[in-house]
Design a protein. Structure first.
Length: 138
């Protein structure tokens, strides 16, 4: 029962974070903190190893500017909930879904003789990655 409740709370928080990211390209820390707090509903000490993935994302963000700070914080909070295997899958699915979205946007914009956006809010893709990870692993 707790994992479903936990999934529901995280989904609500990610929905709100997604809306914020799309509208303003800013996401409050309250969403990351809320997600992190849900980890205590079903805490597993081994899940802390999942923090390796957001640490790598942080390195990428610092070196390349590819992620925003809120993206890394949300991935870190989710990593504590879903562990290392879940974190790897989440980030992989998020990146693939963003790549597919960009490919379709690029094709549509080329047909309209316009240029596609060079960056997108990433939280919506993190949300997709989280849902898919929960479906695939748990």
């Amino acid at each position: 029962m707790i994992p479903i409740f936990q999934f529901a709370i995280i989904s609500v928080l990610l929905t709100a974070a997604t809306i914020s990211d799309i509208r303003t390209r800013e996401v409050s820390d309250i969403f990351s903190v809320g997600i992190l707090l849900t980890a205590f509903l079903n805490f597993n000490i081994e899940n802390l190893i999942g923090l390796v993935i957001p640490a790598l994302c942080l390195v990428i963000a610092v070196m390349c500017g590819g992620f925003g700070g809120a993206d890394v914080k949300i991935i870190a909070a989710l990593s504590v909930v879903i562990g290392l295997e879940g974190s790897v899958l989440l980030v992989l699915i998020a990146l693939i879904s963003m790549l597919l979205f960009h490919a379709f946007a690029w094709i549509i914009q080329k047909l309209r003789k316009k240029s596609a956006a060079k960056s997108y809010p990433f939280v919506p893709f993190i949300f997709i990655g989280y849902v898919c990870t929960e479906i695939l692993l748990f």
